[in-house]
Design a protein around this ligand. Sequence first.
Ligand SMILES: CC(C)(COP(=O)(O)OP(=O)(O)OC[C@H]1O[C@@H](n2cnc3c(N)ncnc32)[C@H](O)[C@@H]1OP(=O)(O)O)[C@@H](O)C(=O)NCCC(=O)NCCS
Length: 172
Amino acid sequence: MTQALVRPMAQGDLAAVLSVQHQSYAAAFHEPIEAFASKWAASPDTCWVAEHEGAVCAYLVCLPIEQRNLPALHATDFQKGMHPDWLYLHDLAIGPVARGTGLAPQLVERALARAQAMALPAAGLIAVQGSSAFWRRFGFEIDASERLVSARKLASFGADAVFMSRELGATA
Ligand SMILES: CC(C)(COP(=O)(O)OP(=O)(O)OC[C@H]1O[C@@H](n2cnc3c(N)ncnc32)[C@H](O)[C@@H]1OP(=O)(O)O)[C@@H](O)C(=O)NCCC(=O)NCCS
């Protein structure tokens, strides 16, 4: 595949983003478009897509989160808090045709750099579909402390879901 362009996600991308989501996740994770739209609208500066030959082939949606206010899976009413203190990497998907092309590290690094620019001291995510080894490559470790995500909320993401977090130093 020739090089894809990473750019901020726009409202007009949402349908294509959902199509990549459907190709990348088991049905339980498919979100209604309203859920995606509310997250994008709350924080468009932390959502990106990769576009190849005019088509969206990958995306990363992140949200600045205040304390334990991580949105429940499929929530349609996400609102950004006044004093976010960590960046939640909500959803990363590389469509099947774009896998292994380096877009995943590019998108993750974009998000970590944005979190640092926002002076957020930490980042976290819920690893599903056996992806924890992938996330370890970017400095994330399993965090079972319940400091940011309760066991109950985590369980709503499926039996294999694990919360992972990392601190953001000056050189992430
Ligand atoms: C997980 C996902 C984002 C990785 O994207 P990808 O294009 O396959 O990743 P890349 O090939 O660019 O991988 C980057 C590196 O991570 C490694 N890697 C990829 N998937 C991995 C996994 N599941 N476990 C461990 N390492 C993994 C690659 O081998 C590569 O290593 P290298 O740089 O030494 O060659 C992609 O497979 C995907 O979208 N899956 C479906 C959605 C999903 O499960 N998202 C994560 C949910 S939290």
